[in-house]
Design a protein around this ligand. Structure first.
Ligand code: MN
Length: 157
């Protein structure tokens, strides 16, 4: 039997304020190429032997993630706070333990409410395509639905 070396520790202990031992809190995106406001990212699980990655994102009050779509899917579990999410042509209010499923090529965006942050776990493929941003025409189509227009304008849900 051969010993294998693992770079991933068996436990990353929970710390106060939705932090985990040994996990860095980083900016949401590597580049400032996409619009977003007040979002941080912690990569909780990422390993060449895993086909997926588990990340924790935190959105500050009235902040929002990038409005985007892509081939890869997301499974998101809200951990803390409250806010709203756009999934395709629907807007949902979200609270802790709600599960949000985002299918391929579905427009999506998360927004924190004005009174507190929104924190959520996000499961994705480790190898994934680049997110696409909406064109002017895409935004016109989305905004034709009043609920989506209110969501995109940051109106309280
Ligand atoms: Mn996405």
């Amino acid at each position: 039997m051969t010993e294998t070396t693992t770079k991933t520790p068996g436990l990353r202990a929970s710390l106060p304020e939705f932090r985990w031992a040994g996990v860095e809190r980083r900016a949401y995106k590597d580049e400032a190429s996409a619009p977003y406001k007040g979002v941080t990212r912690q990569t909780l699980a990422s390993d060449p032997r895993l086909a997926g990655e588990l990340r924790y994102f935190e959105v500050e009050p009235s902040g929002y993630t990038t409005l985007e779509r892509h081939e890869h899917m997301h499974a998101v579990m809200i951990l803390t706070g409250a806010g709203s999410v756009l999934v395709g042509d629907e807007v949902f209010a979200v609270n802790p333990n709600d599960l949000v499923n985002i299918a391929s090529w579905t427009w999506h965006q998360f927004r924190a409410g004005p009174d507190g942050k929104l924190g959520f776990l996000c499961l994705v493929d480790a190898e994934r395509d680049r997110p696409r941003l909406p064109t002017r025409e895409d935004l016109d189509v989305l905004r034709a639905a009043p609920a989506i227009a209110r969501f995109l304008d940051g109106a309280p849900s």
